[in-house]
Design a protein around this ligand. Structure first.
Ligand SMILES: Cc1cc2nc3c(=O)[nH]c(=O)nc-3n(C[C@H](O)[C@H](O)[C@H](O)COP(=O)(O)O)c2cc1C
Length: 423
């Protein structure tokens, strides 16, 4: 009996030792996110130090995968589209793209018949069409008709591209490789067409305007967060060198935009398209307002003479000489609350202003808030230059343009400004 009890005690002690060891280990395994500050700049990276791996077997976990739509004609000239994520750039010269397709697909049959295909790159706007094209087969229906998309015969290959999609690439099959479940078609790129409004002044695709679609683990994702510039960010590891563009990297895209917003006072001479300025104003109008009064009016200014006049007359708005556009956020007295609640318009218009500033940051634009109200002299100046009616009061003038990259975000986090419950 005594022996049994001491044996039990030994087993119990062993169990406790194992448990304590495991608890300690679990502590070490917790994800620690720690901010790291680069001594040469304000750069702030959310740095996950949990690198403990778990083997999940052979999987194609490339993240993200492209969600592309392949266009092809049957040997009777019937157009078809299918979605493909097993695809990517395969060669530079000649520029070639590889796409892997199962033999059961109508597209497979079509490409075998014509030796051609197109690659159509969707924007977020076409995510439903992309999903449909990847779910139903051209064996059973005409997906162009079903989705109300327009097939256009390629200029260089015998395959249709989708007129509505922002980027279309015409490919001629140069190689085929049987890999098992899929046949990989290597397409030599014969031509690439891009919606003109997506090209910046250097001829590069503006990714924040494109809003491309990524596919991962059974879901579609938008992406477009500008993390760094190639040939620049590596300078973090080079003594006495600093990257020109060094944003704060945060995995949450909304917080990333918030942390990276900065007052931009240096701009290139690239004009901002009217639709982008309208989008900014739309973002402004999404702000909350007291009693939902929306007591505002927005002045979009693109006229060079007016921008120069504003720059000359407002003491802290000299950057308007360089900026290619501006938005003046104004209060509308006829829509504001009455009596002591009247001045809520200032808060409402400030919320709209900040939406515009964040919207600009998220679109790769730069903006800065220059104050007007409550300085009577500045209010009158702006009213005169923009010929505002009596009941409209400008709160500010926001300069908007494409940033040169000279202005960088600041880390303003100060824990001493935070109090919990009672001061
Ligand atoms: C996001 C997504 C990615 C896909 N990627 C591929 C792929 O890379 N290769 C493939 O053979 N099928 C892929 N599919 C499945 C085909 O798109 C699907 O079977 C389609 O209905 C084939 O159309 P078709 O018969 O008209 O050619 C994918 C589907 C989805 C939704």
């Amino acid at each position: 009996m005594k022996n049994k009890a001491s044996l039990l005690n030994i087993v119990l002690a062993a169990v406790i030792v194992v448990l304590v060891f495991q608890l300690n280990n679990a502590d070490h395994q917790q994800v620690q996110t720690k901010p790291t500050t680069n001594s040469s700049s304000q750069s702030f990276v959310i740095d996950s130090v949990n690198s403990i791996k778990k083997s999940v077997g052979p999987k194609g976990l490339i993240m993200p995968k492209p969600a592309l739509v392949i266009g092809s004609y049957s040997d009777e000239g019937e157009p078809d589209i299918m979605t493909a994520a097993w695809a990517g750039i395969a060669n530079s010269d000649p520029i070639s793209i590889a796409v892997s397709i199962r033999p059961s697909r109508k597209t497979y049959e079509n490409i075998m018949a014509t030796g051609s295909f197109t690659i159509n790159v969707p924007s977020a706007r076409y995510v439903a069409e992309t999903d449909y094209a990847g779910t139903f087969s051209g064996h059973d229906e005409n997906k162009f008709e079903k989705l109300n998309l327009t097939p256009v015969k390629g200029d260089f290959v015998n395959a249709p591209y989708i007129e509505e999609f922002p980027i279309v690439i015409e490919c001629e099959v140069s190689e085929m490789i049987d890999l098992g479940s899929h046949r990989q078609f290597i397409g030599k790129v014969m031509d690439t067409k891009v919606n003109q409004n997506l090209l910046d002044k250097d001829g590069h695709v503006d990714i924040s305007a494109l809003q491309p679609v990524a596919y991962s683990e059974g879901a579609y994702f938008g992406y477009g967060q500008h993390l760094a510039n190639a040939g620049d960010i590596y300078k973090q590891f080079v003594p006495n060198a600093t990257p020109n563009f060094q944003p704060i990297i945060h995995p949450n895209p909304t917080l990333s935009t918030i942390y990276n917003r900065k007052s931009v006072r240096h701009y290139t001479n690239q004009p901002v398209a009217e639709e982008k300025l309208t989008e900014l104003v739309k973002a402004g109008m999404a702000a909350p307002t007291a009693v939902n009064k929306q007591p505002w009016a927005f002045m979009i200014v693109t006229d060079r003479a007016l921008l120069d006049q504003l720059a000359d007359s407002l003491p802290y708005a000299k950057m308007l000489k360089q900026a290619t556009s501006a938005i003046a956020v104004c209060g509308d007295r006829t829509k504001a609350l009455d009596g002591e609640l009247r001045d809520y318009w200032v808060q409402d218009c400030s919320a709209a202003t900040h939406n515009i500033l964040l919207g600009a940051e998220s679109m790769g634009l730069g903006a800065v808030w220059t104050g007007v109200f409550p300085r009577a002299e500045r209010v009158n100046t702006v009213k005169n230059i923009l010929q505002l009616p009596e009941h409209i009061t400008p709160l500010n003038v926001i300069a908007v343009g494409y940033p040169t990259g000279e202005d960088q975000p600041k880390d303003k986090w100060k824990p001493e400004n935070v109090h919990m419950n009672k001061w």
